[in-house]
Design a protein around this ligand. Structure first.
Ligand code: UDX
Length: 431
């Protein structure tokens, strides 16, 4: 609900509008960015759909502006991320325009807002913002390497890498090292052309914006950032803001679903003899309420060695000194949070950008091990042993701590993220 229809008075004289895709992995970084910019003196008006709306009481210093999305419960239940994005792009155009109309006409100033920061997956924001002469920036919430790969889709199609052929999975993608064909960020959808179209519009949204903000930092993704800057029309601002931290933490994010047979995870954990904290979101196993599919007797035999929860305060867990490894689906937020806390990863990507992220974690940054060749017990045990017991694990742990150091130093006054944020603020302030 809207906390107040009256616009707050900004400290630095500038107001910003934000509009996120209503998915946790997109909404959380957008709220965090709004928080950072608020701390720099901007006032924040956060536009959101009624579907998956944020909790205003967590951000009493923002003005929340709901718009109707015309999405019925029947339409959204069981909807894929891809279909949801598609529907929102169709249904939210008029409500978004009405919302801006109301905000602009409610203000006596000719230009009440310094700019809009929106998700590039919300294509319609470009035309609408243009009609209000509103400067538009985009926040891309996945990594730069994955974004660069998406932006190379036309080339990948031309070269025959896409659509993916099973016989070529292990082949290197010569144009985008270190990726292999199986790392390309595709998702399983019946209509591939529609997926390519959505990706093309997302890239176009970013290209035509006044600047692309990434939740990342130069030291982590410098080659992808350089490659993107070279020839990309909009300026790039990588501004990761995370502060600097015997148990395996297991979580597969807010969207990925695992199949019942993949509950082999349970035996892998049991046999590893390690302690663990495992998040099983209700509904995250296809067709089941919670963890009924766990093997018989599994919980009893754990003898207090493991905990299963429905949700965990992930940042706090990763920062906890007891956590030795993160078994993750490599959603970008999880990957970055793990990097910033120096926690090595066991990578089990499920779809889209997660494949690219996992490849960088294991091959380029070497701060994790890959677990993709089937969830047989022996593969799981092998991955856990490599990380927790063998010498290789020691080295991985060292590199993870080095990377954490880089994440910390990028935030200091001479660091790249600090400077990137300063230059973003100056861009926003100059409109
Ligand atoms: C989605 C896509 O799956 C991912 O590929 C893309 O990069 C971002 O959008 P999601 O699956 O939700 O993301 O994963 P992720 O990006 O890792 O975000 C999950 C967020 O939920 C993280 O910030 C994590 O800290 C939080 N979380 C998750 C919790 O706080 N507690 C939990 O128990 C699980």
């Amino acid at each position: 609900q809207s906390r107040s229809s009256k616009l707050q008075k900004p400290v630095n004289g500038k107001r910003l509008l934000f509009f996120s895709l209503p998915l946790q992995g997109h909404m959380t970084p957008m709220l965090q960015l709004a928080d950072i910019l608020h701390s720099k003196g901007f006032s924040v008006t956060f536009i959101h759909t009624k579907y998956n709306s944020p909790n205003p009481s967590n951000y009493p210093h923002f003005t929340f502006q709901p718009i109707s999305d015309n999405l019925s419960e029947a339409e959204t239940s069981g909807l894929s991320v891809f279909d949801l994005a598609y529907l929102i792009n169709v249904k939210c155009v008029a409500p978004f325009r009405d919302c801006l109309d109301q905000l602009f006409s409610g203000s006596s100033e000719k230009r009440p807002f310094a700019g809009l920061i929106s998700d590039p997956a919300l294509h319609f924001t470009r035309e609408v913002a243009k009609s209000f002469q509103l400067q538009r920036f985009v926040l891309r919430t996945s990594g730069v390497s994955a974004f660069r790969t998406f932006s190379s889709f036309p080339l990948l199609q031309e070269k025959g890498y896409l659509p993916i052929q099973d016989s070529r999975l292990e082949e290197p993608v010569a144009e985008l090292p270190p990726l292999r064909v199986k790392d390309l960020p595709v998702i399983n959808v019946p209509d591939l052309d529609k997926f390519y179209e959505l990706i093309a519009s997302l890239i176009e949204e970013a290209k035509t914006s006044s600047g692309v903000i990434f939740n990342s930092f130069e030291e982590l993704e410098n080659s992808a950032i350089d490659a993107l800057r070279d020839g990309f029309p909009a300026p790039i601002f990588p501004i990761d803001k995370q502060e600097p931290k015997s148990v395996i933490y297991v979580s597969f994010g807010s969207i990925a679903a695992v199949k019942e047979k993949e509950f082999g995870i349970a035996w892998g954990l049991a046999n590893s003899k390690c302690r663990f904290l495992w998040v099983i979101r209700p509904g995250s196993v296809n067709g089941l309420d919670w963890h009924e599919a766990l093997p018989n007797g599994f919980l009893d035999m754990l003898d207090g060695r493991g905990h299963i929860v429905k949700w965990a305060p992930q940042l706090e867990v990763l920062a906890h000194p007891a956590v030795a490894a993160f078994w993750t689906h490599n959603g970008w937020n999880s990957t970055l949070e793990s990097v910033c806390e120096g926690v090595p990863m066991i990578c089990m990507p499920c779809f889209a950008d997660q494949m690219v992220n996992a490849r960088y974690v294991t091959y380029s940054w070497k701060v994790g091990v890959e677990l993709r060749n089937g969830l047989e017990r022996k593969n799981i045990e092998r991955a856990i042993r490599r990380l927790m017991v063998e010498e290789e694990g020691e080295e991985i742990r060292k590199r993870a701590l080095d990377l954490k150091e880089k994440a910390n130093s990028t935030l200091t006054q001479s660091g790249a993220s600090f400077k990137s944020l300063e230059s973003l603020i100056s861009c926003l302030s100059s409109s």
